[in-house]
Design a protein around this ligand. Structure first.
Ligand SMILES: Cc1ncc(COP(=O)(O)O)c(C=O)c1O
Length: 275
C-alpha cells in the first residue's frame, strides 16, 4: 500500500468531515491528527510517528490493535454471511451465539440482549424500554430518569441529555429536560469539606434519596450511571457507592442502568464492573 499522504488526508478531512466534539476555530487552522496504522497498544500517524494509544481507540480496543485471530474471524463471517437483520422473527447464528454468551456472563439475573449500533443508541433504547415497561405496568407517571453531573452517555438526543457535561450542550436545543435530572458525580477529588470516603459516600447517597423525594418516588423510573466515570474524568466512586445506590433504587422500584461501555468486557479484570 502507498504511504498515506498526511497533507492530502488532512485537507480532505478539514473540507468534508464533521467531527464530534471539536473546537472548529482551532480545527480549521490545525486540522486533524491523521492516524494511519495501529498495532498492539500503539498507533502510527501519517508522518510515521509511533504513539502509545492510551485510551485504546475510544475506550474500546480492549484486546489491542491488529489482532490476527479477530481479523480472520471477521473475514470468515463476512464471506459466509455479512449481514442479516434481526427484526421480527429473524435471527442469525452469531447473534444468537453472542446473546447466549452474554446471558451466561452478564451480572445478576440479566439474561436478555438488545443489540444496538453503539452506546448512545443503547442508552436511548434503554430509556425507551424503561418508559414502555412502566406504561405496560400502568405506571404512566413513573418516567423520570436520574443521571449524574459529569456523566457521559452519548450524543443522540436522549443520551446527550443524560450526559452531565454542560459544555457538550452549548447552543444545542435541549430535548428531554422535562424528564431527565442530574445529581452530583461521585468525584472524590471534589469531595466537599475533606470528608472521609465513607462520609462522602453517605453524602452522595443522601443527595440521591433527597432528589427522589423531591421528584416523588412514583415519578422516578430509573437511575443511570457509569461504574467508573470515563469522559467525566476517570472517576472511581467511593467504596460501596454503587451497591448503596442500587439499594435505594430497589426500595423505590427504580431501575438501575449501568452504562458499562468503558468498563465491561474484561476492561477492569471482570467481564462486567457491575459484578
Ligand atoms: C460511558 C459512555 N457512554 C456512552 C458513550 C457513547 O458511545 P457511542 O459513541 O458508541 O455512542 C460513550 C463513549 O465514549 C461512553 O464513554
Amino acid at each position: 500500500m502507498n504511504k498515506p499522504d498526511a497533507n492530502s488526508a488532512w485537507a480532505k478531512d478539514r473540507a468534508h468531515v464533521l467531527h464530534p466534539y471539536t473546537d472548529f476555530s482551532s480545527f480549521h487552522d490545525e486540522g486533524s491528527q491523521v492516524i494511519s496504522g495501529a498495532s498492539g497498544m500503539y498507533v502510527t500517524d501519517a508522518d510515521g510517528r509511533k504513539l502509545l494509544d492510551g485510551i485504546a481507540g475510544l475506550w474500546c480496543v480492549n484486546i489491542g490493535h491488529g489482532r490476527q485471530e479477530m481479523a480472520e474471524a471477521i473475514s470468515a463471517q463476512a464471506v459466509q454471511m455479512q449481514y442479516y437483520n434481526p427484526f421480527g422473527h429473524s435471527t442469525n447464528v452469531p447473534a444468537a451465539e453472542l446473546g447466549f454468551w452474554l446471558a451466561q456472563n452478564a451480572p445478576g439475573d440479566l439474561n436478555h440482549v438488545y443489540y444496538t449500533c453503539g452506546v448512545s443508541t443503547a442508552n436511548d433504547a434503554a430509556i425507551r424500554l424503561v418508559h414502555y415497561y412502566n406504561s405496560m405496568r400502568g405506571l404512566h407517571r413513573k418516567k423520570k430518569i436520574i443521571s449524574r453531573n459529569r456523566a457521559y452517555h452519548g450524543a443522540t438526543c436522549v443520551a446527550a441529555e443524560l450526559t452531565g457535561i454542560l459544555a457538550t450542550k452549548n447552543g444545542f436545543d435541549r430535548i428531554g429536560q422535562d424528564f431527565i435530572h442530574h445529581v452530583s458525580a461521585a468525584n472524590m477529588y471534589a469531595n466537599p469539606d475533606d470528608m472521609t470516603e465513607a462520609a462522602y459516600c453517605d453524602h452522595l447517597v443522601q443527595e440521591f434519596r433527597d432528589r427522589i423525594e423531591q421528584l416523588g418516588p412514583d415519578n422516578v423510573a430509573a437511575f443511570i450511571a457509569e461504574p467508573v466515570m470515563g469522559a467525566g474524568g476517570v472517576l472511581i466512586a467511593p467504596e460501596g457507592y454503587h451497591r448503596r445506590m442500587l439499594e435505594v433504587c430497589k426500595k423505590h422500584d427504580i431501575l438501575y442502568i449501568a452504562d458499562e461501555v468503558v468498563t465491561a468486557f474484561g476492561r477492569l479484570g471482570e467481564w462486567f464492573a457491575s459484578d
